[in-house]
Write a protein that binds this ligand. Sequence first.
Ligand code: UDP
Length: 289
Amino acid sequence: DKPSYKWRRVLLKVSGEALAGDHTQNIDPKITMAIAREVASVTRLGIEASLKPLLSFICSMTFLFSPLESSLNLVVVTKFPFSVLVVVLLQYHVELWVAIVVGGGNIFRGSSRAGCSGLDRSSADYIGMLATVMNAIFLQATMESIGIPTRVQTAFRMSEVAEPYIRRRAVRHLEKGRVVIFAAGTGNPFFTTDTAAALRCAEINAEVVLKATNVDGVYDDDPRRNPNARLHDTLTYHEVTSKDLSVMDMTAITLCQENNIPVVVFNLTKSGNIAKAIKGERVGTLIGG
Ligand code: UDP
C-alpha cells in the first residue's frame, strides 16, 4: 500500500527530559537511537533507500538504450516501459522531512538555577542553551551512525561545532533529505525550546509541532499523583491557555495559535509513536483551533 502520512513537513520537539529516559539527568543513548531509527523509517531516507538502486538502474538503462533507439526506432519499446515504471515509483515516493528542536532540561534549566550563587537569569539561560547544543550533537552523532545525514544549526554562532541557523539553508538541507537539528533554542534568554520549536516551525513552514514527552499526552490532572486523571484526545489552544494546562509555556502556545500550527503531544518512550504521530494515527493529544 502507498504509505499515507498526514504531515509531510514535521517539526519534532524533543525535550531534555525525554532524552534522559529513566535517568533524571543526562542522555540515554537508547532513547537517541530509538529517535534516530524512527525518524529514518518515516522520512525520505527510509523510503528512498529501497528505491534508489531501482531508480539508478532505470536511469542507466534509459541512457544505454538511447543511441539504439534513434537508429532502430525503439523509443516505444525501451523508454515507454521505463517511464511508466518511474511514474509508478514516484507515486510511492513520499516526500517527507523532519526537523528537530532539542531541549536541554536534562542538563541545565535556566529558570530553576538562576539566583544560585549569584547566577543571573540571562547567564543561567545561556548555560541552558549550551546544554541544548550538547544534546543536539549527541543526537546528530547517533543519527549519522545509522546513516542519516544530519546537520546541527545553532541559534548563535559556534561555527567550529555546528552551522549557524540560516533559514533558507535549513530548508535546503531538509529538501535534500537531511535531518536538521536546531540547537540553542531561540538564541535569547528568557525563552524556552518550546518557543523555539513553534518559531522554527513557522519559519521553515512545517505543518505541525510533534512534542515528544515522557507522558502519553495532556491530562486534566497530574497522572503521577491522580490515577483517575483523564487524557485529552484533543484540545483547543484556548482550552490550553484558559485552563492553564502545562503543555507549553504561554509564548510557545500563543505563537502556535497565531500561526495555526497544530501541536501533537505524545509519549516518546513508546516505540512507534513518532511514526504514528506523523501518520496522523490516534496518539497523545492534538491541540489545534
Ligand atoms: N533557553 C533559553 N532560550 C531559549 C531556549 C532555551 O534561554 O530560546 C534555555 C533556558 O534556560 C532553558 C534551557 O535553555 O531552561 C533548556 O531549554 P528548555 O528548558 O526549553 O528545555 P526542555 O524543557 O525542552 O528540556
